[in-house]
Design a protein around this ligand. Structure first.
Ligand code: NIG
Ligand code: FE
Length: 406
């Protein structure tokens, strides 16, 4: 058993069985002042007021929080960190006035990453991905969903997913894998989107499923990428092969993607920079978690998701980094939390829930992560002394982590 003592505030306590927060529940962050917490076998065993702390002699390791806070590590439910190299060239094109869509339409963007990935060995891809995972852990993220989608051929999609599987097996973070063969139309299929969709459904999904390489299936359902009808076909096929849907929708236009996602009981619908009342209505009463990615709004100069309206309508909201080389080259969830507060007007408590329990839900792990709950994985951050959790998004660049326990 490990004991963490001298915790000024233990933050993010959630009762067992509560898997997400919706509506006004997003305002609740329960904490205990002057607390201790014990860990057994990597799981949270117990916690309470410091007066009830077990004797140090009963533990194998005593960790002194020295008056800092203890909170669950962030969960990042949407990333593309399995990619080769970077795309600074396009960064400059964007500065000079080209839009994300224009770069993609010229055959750049995701297709550039696919070319680079094709030339990169599995070993090198693994090393690059692990470097990003370790960077994210250092910034406080303890669970990461990683998508394929820079392969765009059966061979290269499998290569990506095998790398992600190896990351799952070798990293201390909780990893979930998502098959995103329909991220863009592979070069060999330019102008033949329907045939590419058939390749995804008839060849890629069966191959991915037969090796057990993915937990989820995702589609970029948006202007210039895949239509709702194509998305419907891919999600339906994925479900038949045991893959739970997640979706990219409403980033570039009101694409109808949210509605297709909801029709397939998607675990999450992600991006949502452009939504109307219809998307909110479609999500009401469902188990689907709306997930917003303010890092891409920031980097591409797009509108921010209307998180407050979603919450007002009684929905939950999750935030994730979208860490990828094209629209969000950062996996810093603390910055995501700050953007949630500054740009989306979420309160720090709402942003905290969006980056912990709700983002855990959006990647299907809120039964084992995302809060301080007995029996959950002890993926914890010990902070430097902070006056409240509002300090995290407020002093958004001052280092705040004393120690990561993962
Ligand atoms: O979530 N929108 C689609 N996919 C990624 C971007 C991928 C890329 O540009 O490499 C996203 O923003
Ligand atoms: Fe994405």
């Amino acid at each position: 058993m490990k004991i963490i003592k001298n915790i000024r505030e233990l933050v993010g306590i959630v009762p067992e069985g509560v898997l997400r927060k919706t509506g006004s529940q997003m305002d609740e962050v329960v904490s205990i002042q002057d607390a201790y917490l014990t860990i057994d076998n990597g799981l949270i065993m117990d916690f309470g007021k410091k007066g009830e702390c077990p004797e140090a002699g009963d533990s194998d390791e005593l960790i002194d929080a020295a008056g800092g806070m203890v909170m669950p590590m962030f969960c990042d439910s949407h990333t593309h960190i399995c990619h080769a190299g970077s795309r600074e060239r396009e960064f400059i094109d964007k500065i000079n006035g080209l839009s994300y869509e224009e770069i993609a339409a010229r055959g750049g963007g995701i297709l550039n990453s696919a070319d680079l990935l094709h030339e990169t060995s599995e070993e090198a891809l693994y090393a690059q991905t692990m470097e990003r995972v370790n960077e994210m852990i250092g910034k406080g993220t303890g669970a990461i969903e990683i998508k394929s989608g820079y392969g765009l051929t059966t061979v290269d999609e499998l290569k990506m997913l095998r790398v992600i599987k190896r990351v799952k097996e070798t990293s201390p973070a909780i990893i979930k894998a998502t098959f995103l063969g329909a991220h863009a139309v592979g070069r060999a299929y330019t102008g033949r989107t329907g045939e590419y969709v058939s390749l995804v459904c008839e060849q890629m999904i069966p191959a991915v499923a037969s090796e057990g390489l993915a937990d989820y299936v995702d589609v970029f359902c948006d202007d210039g990428f895949f239509t709702p009808a194509q998305t419907d076909r891919i999600l339906e096929t994925g479900e038949r092969f045991g893959l739970v849907p997640k979706i990219h929708a409403n980033e570039l236009a009101c694409s109808g993607g949210v509605q297709v996602g909801v029709a397939h009981a998607a675990l999450s619908v992600d991006h949502l920079e452009r939504t109307t009342a219809a998307e909110i209505e479609a999500l009401k009463g469902t188990a689907t978690m709306p997930t917003m990615l303010p890092g891409s709004s920031f980097f591409l100069g797009m509108p921010y998701g209307r998180a407050k309206d979603f919450i007002q309508a009684g929905l939950g909201v999750a935030l994730a980094s979208d860490y990828n080389p094209g629209s969000s080259p950062s996996g810093d969830m603390r910055f995501v939390m700050a953007l949630g507060c500054v740009k989306m007007r979420l309160t720090p408590d709402q942003a905290f829930n969006a980056c912990t329990l709700n983002s855990a839900y959006a990647m299907g792990i809120s039964d084992i992560a995302g809060s301080i709950t007995r029996g959950k994985r002890a993926n914890l951050l010990i902070t430097k002394p902070l006056s409240s959790i509002a300090t995290i998004p407020y002093s958004y660049q001052t280092p705040f982590i004393r120690q990561v326990v993962i």
